[in-house]
Design a protein around this ligand. Structure first.
Ligand code: TRH
Length: 399
């Protein structure tokens, strides 16, 4: 057993607190997706299922971007009823070693060895889940919840696979998300207030296409900006501060394109937006006609927003991401007409490095994409929401 050297000698606490105790361990690889998914899951388990959640995160600075009320200098704090611990080194498992009923290691991060030992010593063995990355590939349903016995301890870890279809873990969706979206969509006041806050001005006139752009650096962007500039009708582009801001600045010959920036060329009007607290991202999707999203969590939010979207998938070595892109396309594009499906595939592929995006070819199918976005959100809901699926499974194991 590996023993921590710089923290007090841990003790395994004997009394379980009321309600299900859950520890989530999250190592931030890069960007915001790892902590983005864990933070949503933590809140949902706490607020909708009444669990007592502790979230161990190794990068509080990334976390503060999504949750500005967090203080990155605190080793331990409570935020929205969730205990957040700075997982400051791999062996750290909190000041007192308390083993939860349900232990979630996110995205194959490695649990502190002393914690695993504590799990093996606990009278009732915890439910141990490795929360995997989302994939729409077919094999996911077969591997979801498969057991993996520990080589030395009487512990079984299970792989919890998010997915887009039934028999997978589903994707995170808060109970009130649809109601919140409906309230936003039905309220011209909420709409106008959002535009004022985000851009400093009123909503655009009818006839403009509003597009949000959240993506990684992308060589296809220059061509697309030029096509929007030359578009027959206005395109209003909303760009949260981030990895594409530099390319937008270069297109306009500006030194930077930060939050609060505005620029116009031809029919393209661009606003630089502040990166918001995580809950603030959904209204951006609802305010737009088309959303460019990336990674994992924004990809999911765009689907719940029930609007057409373009996915910049997280690039992996050896193009391992491309089958995942096509698997998602296969589900999403299935009922589209042959022309619309082909245009969607061409555009998504071009946005992910294969070809040049053709805006006119894509945009002519937007009404069909819009109808499909709505039917897809209903289909996706059949997979159940991830927190709910996880809670149901954990409870069957804890009996
Ligand atoms: O940031 P991402 O690219 O995250 C990831 C990571 O790179 C991770 O390592 C990788 O494995 C994973 O993708 C697949 O993209 P993602 O997943 O969309 O996360 C972005 C988060 O940022 C999401 O929770 C929404 C949030 N967000 C805000 O809170 N405010 C904002 O203004 C914006 C634009 C996003």
């Amino acid at each position: 057993m590996q023993v921590m050297t710089d923290t007090p000698k841990p003790t395994v606490s004997g009394t379980a607190p009321p309600g299900i105790a859950c520890d989530i361990f999250c190592a931030v690889i890069d960007n915001f997706g790892d902590i983005g998914v864990c933070w949503r899951l933590a809140r949902q388990l706490a607020h909708e299922h009444g669990w007592q959640v502790r979230l161990f995160v190794d990068d509080l600075h990334a976390f503060t971007k999504l949750c500005p009320s967090l203080d990155a200098t605190h080793v331990k704090q409570s935020v929205e009823g969730i205990v957040v611990e700075h997982w400051h080194e791999p062996a750290h498992a909190g000041e007192t070693l308390e083993i939860a009923d349900v232990v979630i290691e996110a995205f194959a991060c490695e649990l502190p060895p002393v914690y695993v030992t504590g799990m093996a010593q606990r009278a009732q063995r915890p439910v141990w889940l490795n929360l995997e990355y989302l994939s729409a590939e077919d094999w996911v349903a077969d591997f979801h919840l498969r057991p993996s016995p520990h080589p030395r301890y009487p512990l079984v870890k299970r792989f919890f696979f998010p997915g887009l279809v039934p028999r997978t873990g589903g994707v995170v969706k808060e109970r009130d998300l649809d109601a919140q979206r409906a309230a936003f969509e039905q309220s011209p006041q909420a709409h106008a207030a959002w535009w004022q806050r985000a851009t400093g001005g009123p909503p655009p006139a009818p006839g403009a296409t509003v597009i949000s752009l959240f993506a990684y650096e992308n060589p296809a962007l220059d061509s697309l900006l030029a096509q929007w500039r030359d578009n027959a009708s206005p395109v209003v582009l909303l760009v949260p501060q981030g990895r594409v801001s530099g390319a937008v600045a270069r297109f306009f010959g500006l030194p930077a394109f930060e939050a609060g920036a505005h620029a116009t060329r031809g029919n393209l009007h661009v606003h630089g937006l502040a990166f918001t607290e995580q809950r603030g991202y959904d209204p951006l999707l609802w305010a737009s006609d088309l959303n460019f999203v990336r990674g994992e969590d924004s990809f999911v939010r765009a689907q719940w927003a029930a609007r057409p979207f373009v996915w910049h998938i997280y690039p992996q070595a050896d193009d391992a991401h491309l089958p995942k892109l096509d698997a998602a396309l296969a589900h999403y594009a299935r009922p589209l007409s042959a022309q619309a499906r082909a245009a969607l595939e061409r555009f998504w592929h071009a946005w992910n490095g294969n070809g040049t995006p053709d805006w006119a070819d894509f945009a002519r199918h937007l009404p069909e994409f819009k109808a499909r976005a709505a039917s897809w959100a209903t289909e996706l809901a059949q997979a159940g929401d991830l927190a709910g699926n996880l809670a149901v499974f954990a409870k069957t194991q804890l009996k």
